[in-house]
Each structure stands twice: as structure tokens, then as C-alpha cells.
Design a protein around this ligand. Structure first.
Ligand code: PLP
Length: 430
């Protein structure tokens, strides 16, 4: 492994001394500043960004319009608690007008986990039931409510007992189908299986199901086309609420403003985060007035929820996405990137699967294409070498063998060419 620069070494020593090692593994880089889809570290080394932080910086790093909106608001007003501000109200109108018409209210909080927690409480209160169905491999945040819904054992290990009433069903991870079936011949067997899961596990108090349009943390697992619409219909038949966790799939990431547009989903509750502030902490629960009517004054609020600084930032994010046509760019440049990634898959046996849409892809590394044995060590070595050669990337997934490809939506075709060339060069050495 190449030695990090002097400044980087110094900062990493400070990190080792003063910070816990409970955060996710990352290649040894200390970020200094960033612009658009490029990052510079504390030693002045440049990187092309395939992370967007963690799918956050959708409008690109240090966007001048976003920076201006933040600094202007920082000099005016930072916090009012629940007193309304023009920024919060303009943003509320924007979110409601931009999301599907049946959603007519929005409640702002600060993190994805907090928004998911609020969504769970809304579902329980409005239905008067307490069980929530979620999925194997799902991730919804690390506070106790959302963590209880996670289908990733590592995230909840030794933190129990978790919330009672959580039911988990298999998600269509088609590359590794839990039922060893093949789509489309399987005829969505996993959906039929959900009835069996619920019939066996539910105590008759199912309030809602919670699903991600694609599973990010478990390795960018995308369900086959048509699955989510069928799942929504299944929830309808069961008369439970359909909660869509778009914390990471929204704000243009998948080549549509909302991932729900791909299948015209109509969730009862839509949860937004990450890209909504493109770096400023803010999240939102968008739902119907009818669902919120079960909550009385003072039953939900949060110290920094809907603060004017984050709301001003989010308004600027909407403006930038619209003015710069970032959703369309994510679709077009994403298709260009996907083609290149598929070519790499054809060229290198260590790539078992490439999946995704818009500007979010997972590259799954395997030891052997036939057995599909996961290759987490190889994925880690590939990430380290890519970072050494100027491509900022990371890995994740149920087996830790999936490389995350999620650049800011402003990435240009030239930077896509350069970044894929780096990965190509690295892979040629394995
Ligand atoms: N939901 C999904 C789909 C996520 O990907 C994440 C974070 O990665 C969360 C919820 C939790 O968001 P936060 O880390 O802001 O609490």
C-alpha cells in the first residue's frame, strides 16, 4: 500500500488517538476540500468522487449557489424551534408540490433515522397497530426504531432486545436469490412467500411495511422491474400502510427526481434524507393529512427539525437541480457510466454483477463467477488501489464485497471516462 502523505499521516494519528474505531472502514484519506465531483485531500492530492459523501452531495461539492444560500442564512437566523420561518414554509410547499399529488403534508427533522422513526410512529398511531414488516438486507438508520427494522445482522448485533413487532421478509436480491430461483421464471415467488411470512409471524397487528426502492447498505441491490408496484398492491390487499424509504434514492439519484416515479408508486408515507440538503443535515416525512390527523399538538417535534439554515440549503438544492437539469443529467450520464461498467464486467472475471440506474451502481466482486463466492478482501484491495490512483470510492454490502459507484450528479462524461479508466487499470492487475 502506498504511504499516505505527511499531513494525512498526522491527521490519521489524531483520529486513532481520539476517535473510536466504530465508524465504517474507509481508505486512508483525510478530505480537505471538494468542488463539483472532485475532492482534494490535506496533502493536495486530487480524487474523482464516486461517493458523494454517502450519496449526499447530489448537487456537487461546494456548489456556489448552495454555499451562498447557506452563508446568507447563517448570518440571519439559525434556529426557531417550532416557530415557522419563511424558509421552512417555502420548503414545505416545494416538497409537497414536487412529490406525488396524494401526499399533502411534510414534517422536517434532521437525519434519515429520525425521519424513519417518525414514520414508524405515524404508522402505529394512525392504524392503532404495532407490527411493521421490513426486509432482509434492509437498512433504515441506527436509532432503535429503524435499527429494529434492519435486515443486516451486523448492525443490530448485541444491541437487543430490539423493538417487538418487527417482521422481516426476503428482498429480491436476484443475483443471490434466497430461493435459488431465476427472474422472471420465478414469477415473483418472493412476493407470494410474504403471505407465508406474515401468516406465521404476525400476531394480527400489522400496521405497515417499510421498503427501500433499492437496498443501498446491503450492496446496491435493485429489485426487478415491477416488483415494487406488486409489493404496493400486496400492501393494499393486506390493508397496511406502504412506507417508502427514499432517504438515499431521491433527489435525482436514480435518474428520476424520486425513485418512486419509475413504477408510479403511491406510498402512504415517503421518507427523504441525504440529498435533500446535499450536505446540510435535514430529512423529511411526506404523507397525507389524514395520517397525521391522529397526532395531537406537541406529539412530534425536534430541536433542529426544519431549522431555517437547512431549509434555505434545501431550497437552493431544488433550484440547482431544476436549473442545471441534474435529474436528466443523472439519467443520461448514468446510462453512459453503466455501459462502461458493464464492459468492465465483460472484461474481468472478478466482477460478478453490476447493477443500478441513474448515478448509483454496485459492482459486486466474487472469487469465482460460477460459485459467486464473495470477495471482500479483493474489493478492499481494489478500493485502496483506486483511491491511491485518484478515484475516491468505498465498499459495503452484506458480504462487504460491493464497490459503491455514486458520484455527484454533476459528474461530466470526461470525469466518468477518467474514473472508469482508473478502475480498469486497477482491475488489470488482479
Ligand atoms: N434509510 C436509508 C435507505 C439509508 O440509506 C440511510 C443511511 O444510509 C438511512 C435511512 C439513515 O439515514 P441517517 O444516516 O441520516 O440517519
Amino acid at each position: 500500500m502506498k504511504k499516505p502523505g505527511l499531513q494525512t499521516q498526522t491527521f490519521l494519528e489524531i483520529s486513532q488517538k481520539y476517535e473510536p474505531a466504530c465508524m465504517n472502514w474507509q481508505a486512508p484519506v483525510v478530505w480537505d476540500h471538494a468542488q463539483g465531483a472532485e475532492i482534494w485531500d490535506v496533502d493536495g492530492r486530487r480524487y474523482i468522487d464516486w461517493t458523494s459523501g454517502v450519496l449526499v452531495a447530489n448537487v456537487g461539492h461546494a456548489h456556489p449557489r448552495l454555499a451562498e444560500a447557506i452563508s446568507r442564512q447563517a448570518g440571519r437566523l439559525l434556529n426557531t424551534f417550532d416557530f415557522p420561518t419563511p424558509e421552512r414554509l417555502h420548503l414545505a410547499r416545494k416538497v409537497v408540490e414536487t412529490t406525488p399529488p396524494h401526499l399533502d403534508k411534510v414534517f422536517f427533522v434532521t437525519t434519515g433515522a429520525e425521519a424513519m422513526d417518525a414514520a414508524m410512529r405515524m404508522a402505529k398511531r394512525t392504524t392503532g397497530k404495532y407490527e411493521i414488516l421490513a426486509f432482509w438486507g434492509g437498512f433504515h438508520g441506527r436509532s432503535f426504531g429503524p435499527m429494529s427494522l434492519t435486515g443486516l445482522p451486523k448492525i443490530k448485533k448485541n444491541f437487543g432486545p430490539l423493538l417487538p413487532g418487527t417482521i422481516l421478509a426476503p428482498y429480491p436480491y436476484c443475483y443471490r436469490c434466497p430461493f435459488d430461483r431465476v427472474h422472471p421464471d420465478c414469477n415473483f415467488f418472493c412476493l407470494d412467500f410474504m403471505d407465508r411470512v406474515v401468516d406465521v409471524e404476525s400476531a394480527g397487528s400489522l400496521a405497515a411495511l417499510v421498503v427501500e426502492p433499492y437496498q443501498g447498505t446491503s450492496g446496491f441491490v435493485f429489485p426487478p422491474a415491477g416488483y415494487l408496484k406488486k409489493l404496493e398492491a400486496w400492501a393494499g390487499r393486506r390493508q397496511i400502510l406502504f412506507i417508502l424509504d427514499e432517504v438515499q434514492s431521491s433527489f435525482g439519484r436514480t435518474g428520476k427526481m424520486w425513485a418512486l416515479e419509475h413504477e408510479r408508486l403511491e406510498p402512504d408515507i415517503l421518507v427523504l434524507g441525504k440529498g435533500i440538503g446535499s450536505g446540510m443535515p435535514i430529512s423529511a416525512v411526506v404523507t397525507r393529512a389524514e395520517i397525521l390527523s391522529s397526532l395531537e399538538r406537541g406529539e412530534m417535534s425536534s430541536t433542529t427539525g426544519g431549522n431555517p439554515l437547512s431549509c434555505a440549503a434545501s431550497l437552493a438544492v431544488f433550484e440547482i437541480i431544476e436549473k442545471e437539469k441534474l435529474v436528466e443529467k443523472a439519467a443520461t450520464n448514468g446510462a453512459y457510466l453503466k455501459e462502461k461498467l458493464i464492459k468492465l464486467k465483460d472484461k474481468y472475471q472478478v466482477i460478478g454483477d453490476v447493477r443500478g440506474m441513474g448515478l448509483v451502481y454496485g459492482i459486486e466482486y466474487v472469487k469465482n463467477r460460477s460459485t459467486k463466492e464473495p470477495a471482500p478482501d479483493l474489493a478492499r484491495d481494489v478500493v485502496i488501489k483506486c483511491v491511491e490512483r485518484g478515484l475516491m470510492c468505498g465498499k459495503l454490502g452484506i458480504f462487504g464485497n460491493v464497490m459503491r459507484v455514486a458520484p455527484p450528479l454533476v459528474i461530466s462524461p470526461e470525469l466518468i471516462d477518467q474514473s472508469v479508466a482508473v478502475l480498469d487499470g486497477v482491475l488489470s492487475e488482479f
